[in-house]
Design a protein around this ligand. Structure first.
Ligand SMILES: Nc1nc2c(ncn2[C@@H]2O[C@H](COP(=O)(O)OP(=O)(O)O[C@H]3O[C@H](CO)[C@@H](O)[C@H](O)[C@@H]3O)[C@@H](O)[C@H]2O)c(=O)[nH]1
Ligand SMILES: [Mg+2]
Length: 248
C-alpha cells in the first residue's frame, strides 16, 4: 500500500513564489511515485496569490491543489489548523512557500520516517547528520540571514532547550513531516499562535511520548517579499517558553 502525503502550504503574498514551489513539490512526489495533494491556505493576500492558486488548480487538477482561503491575515499557527481540516493523506508535510524550505528534503524526511516508523520528522538547521542515522543526508544550515536573525534563532532554541529539554536541535523551524493522526492529536492541545507554535508542538509531542527524528536542512532566506518576524514575536516566544515550562 502506498501512502498519501498532504502538504499544507500557508501563503501570504506569495504570488511570485507559489508557481515554482508547487511545481517543485509536484515533481518531487511524482518522481518518487508517491500520492500527494497540496492544501494552500491563503489569507486573502492583497497581491493576488489566490488567482495564481486557481491557475495551478487548472494545471494540476483540483484533487491535487486544494485552495482553502480565509478572509484575512489570521496568522501561521491557525493557518495550519485550518489546513489540517482538509487533509486526506496519511502524512502531513508543513513547509513555507517562499523557498526557505526546499522540497528536495521531503524524500529524506519520508525515508527516515519509514526506516524507524517515526511519528514526526523535523528538519533541522542545527545538526550536521540525521537522527536516527540516515545514510546520504548532509549538513544543515542557514543562508541569507543577518547576524541578528541568526542570534535570535539560536537564542530561541537555546532558551527552549534549556528550560524544556525536549531533545530536538531545531525547535522553531516548521519544515516537518507528521503522521496525520499524530498532528490531529497534538494540535488541539497547542495554545500559542505565533512563532512559538512550532516549538510548542515539539514540546507537547515529546510529553505525549511521540517519536521524533531530525533531518538536516539548509534554510535559505526568501528572495521575494518579506518575513513577518518582529520584536513582538520575540517577546511572545519567551512568554510561550515560560508558560510551557509551568504546564508541561
Ligand atoms: N495563511 C497565512 N500564511 C502566512 C501568514 N504569515 C506568514 N505566512 C506564510 O508562512 C510562511 C512563512 O512565513 P515567513 O514570513 O516567510 O516566515 P519566516 O520569518 O521566514 O519564518 C520561518 O522560519 C521560522 C524559523 O526560523 C519559523 O518559525 C516560521 O514558521 C517560518 O518557517 C510563508 O509561506 C508565508 O507566506 C499568515 O498570517 N497567514
Ligand atoms: Mg520566510
Amino acid at each position: 500500500m502506498t501512502h498519501k502525503y498532504s502538504v499544507i502550504l500557508p501563503t501570504y503574498n506569495e504570488r511570485k513564489n507559489l508557481p515554482v514551489i508547487v511545481w517543485l513539490i509536484a515533481n518531487t512526489f511524482n518522481e518518487n511515485k508517491l500520492d500527494w495533494e497540496i492544501i494552500i491556505v491563503d489569507d486573502n493576500s492583497p497581491d493576488g496569490t489566490q488567482d495564481v492558486a486557481k491557475q495551478l488548480q487548472k494545471a494540476f487538477g483540483q484533487n491535487r491543489i486544494l485552495l482553502k482561503p480565509r478572509a484575512g491575515k489570521l496568522g501561521l499557527g491557525t493557518a495550519y489548523i485550518h489546513g489540517l481540516n482538509f487533509v486526506t493523506g496519511d502524512f502531513v508535510v508543513i513547509m513555507d512557500a517562499d523557498f526557505s524550505h526546499h522540497p528536495k528534503f521531503i524524500p529524506q524526511f519520508i525515508k527516515l520516517q519509514e526506516t524507524h516508523n517515526l511519528d514526526i520528522v523535523t528538519g533541522t538547521r542545527y545538526r550536521s547528520s540525521a537522527k536516527p542515522a540516515l545514510p546520504g543526508a548532509t549538513a544543515g544550515g542557514v543562508h541569507g540571514w543577518d547576524l541578528k536573525r541568526k542570534l535570535v534563532s539560536r537564542g530561541a532554541n537555546f532558551l527552549a532547550d534549556t528550560v524544556l529539554s525536549p531533545g530536538v536541535s531545531d525547535l522553531t523551524g516548521s519544515f516537518r513531516l507528521y503522521k496525520t493522526p499524530v498532528l490531529k492529536d497534538i494540535i488541539p492541545r497547542v495554545t500559542s499562535r505565533g512563532y512559538v507554535f512550532q516549538m510548542e508542538i515539539i514540546v507537547r509531542a515529546r510529553s505525549l511520548g511521540y517519536s521524533i527524528g531530525e533531518v538536516p536542512i539548509t534554510f535559505v532566506d526568501r528572495i521575494f517579499g518579506e518575513s513577518k518576524l518582529g520584536g513582538d514575536e520575540i517577546v511572545q516566544y519567551a512568554k510561550g517558553v515560560w508558560s510551557l515550562f509551568s504546564t508541561v
